[in-house]
Write a protein that binds this ligand. Structure first.
Ligand SMILES: [Ca+2]
Length: 320
């Protein structure tokens, strides 16, 4: 997950007014991206796995601490201005598949404008929805009375983990808009139509899948129509109904591109040797494209599977 548009925004500021238009275009394209937060304070020491790693925009760094006297572990983020939080996302650590007990299960989120008076925005108790998967974002909608109010500072207090006293998270994202699924329709794809044709990856059902093994047609591709030109902030792959038995069919190298005429395509994301999809049936995996733009058509090209030449996916979903 790279916030390329944010870095170009920063570059715009550095280089001055000449790049104002570039800056503006970048921010607009990222309208559904997380609020840019800065770290205020948090539990634990600084350094490599310190609390500041929770909002450095990089999934490769994480906050990881095990120091019970400091429980509940806190993180305070500065949203830069008053805003309300429609959703927030917790992203698991890089090795959460090996250490799922480090996922938080009980926490509180509060908002403040002076860092002294705090209003509760959300309470989660024994919520075990964070998966035993590395680098997965799971979103929560705040539901406490204060959720509709606007605040500048946001404080997370992690009271309890799934097991033990060590917590790890690679990022916390705050959103001022709810993530909207895009009602995408199938345009075209590799392989034959029919029971396991490409259209089955965009029919809205987990129990139907696209399954293809025709090496001469590689890379396998599928094109979806988002209905109107809009930036995509996230896409998701859902594994097949028997991926537990056939994990080799999971894609590991793919490209996502956008277009408005289905002729000229702009690459928005590239993943190489990404083995995040696991040997589990009908599991949903979230990816944030490296960049986004106003495109109506989105194409995914699958260049390599975990092993062999057969690909299967039950759904591909797009989110604004
Ligand atoms: Ca399907």
């Amino acid at each position: 997950m790279k916030h390329m548009s944010f870095s170009s925004a920063r570059l715009g500021w550095k280089l001055g007014g000449g790049l104002f238009l570039l800056l503006f275009a970048s921010l607009e394209a990222m309208a559904q991206a997380p609020i840019k937060t800065t770290f205020v304070s948090g539990s634990g020491r600084g350094g490599q796995e310190g609390p500041a790693m929770i909002c450095d925009g990089q999934l490769s760094t994480k906050w990881c601490i095990d120091f019970p006297p400091q429980l509940p572990y806190t993180i305070i983020l500065d949203a830069g201005g008053q805003t309300n939080i429609a959703e927030y996302g917790l992203v698991t650590g890089d090795d959460t598949n090996a250490y799922p007990e480090r996922n938080p299960v009980t926490w509180e989120l509060s908002g403040s404008n002076d860092k002294q008076d705090w209003t509760i925005i959300d309470i989660q108790k024994n919520n075990r929805s964070l998966p035993a998967e590395g680098l997965q974002e799971y979103r929560f909608k705040p539901t406490a009375a204060g959720a509709k109010d606007k605040f500048r500072y946001f404080r997370f207090e992690f009271v309890k983990m799934a097991g033990g006293t060590r917590i790890q998270l690679s990022e916390i994202y705050l959103y001022d808009k709810v993530q909207m699924p895009v009602k995408a329709t199938y345009v075209s794809g590799s392989g034959r139509d029919g029971k396991e044709g490409a259209a089955k990856a965009a029919d809205g059902w987990f129990f139907t899948k696209w399954c293809i093994d025709e090496p001469s047609q590689m890379p396998y591709s599928i094109t979806l129509d988002a209905g109107e030109a809009a930036p995509i902030s996230e896409y998701r792959f859902v594994t097949g109904d028997d991926t537990h038995d056939y994990p080799e069919r999971n894609p590991i190298t793919w490209k996502m591109s956008g277009s408005n005429d289905q002729k000229s395509w702009t690459v928005l994301d590239e993943q190489k040797g990404n083995r995040r999809l696991r040997d589990e049936n009908e599991q949903e995996y979230r990816f944030r494209p490296a960049t986004s733009g106003n495109y109506r058509y989105y194409r995914f090209e699958f260049l390599k599977m975990a092993d062999g030449t057969r690909l299967q996916l039950s759904e591909i979903k797009l989110f604004k």
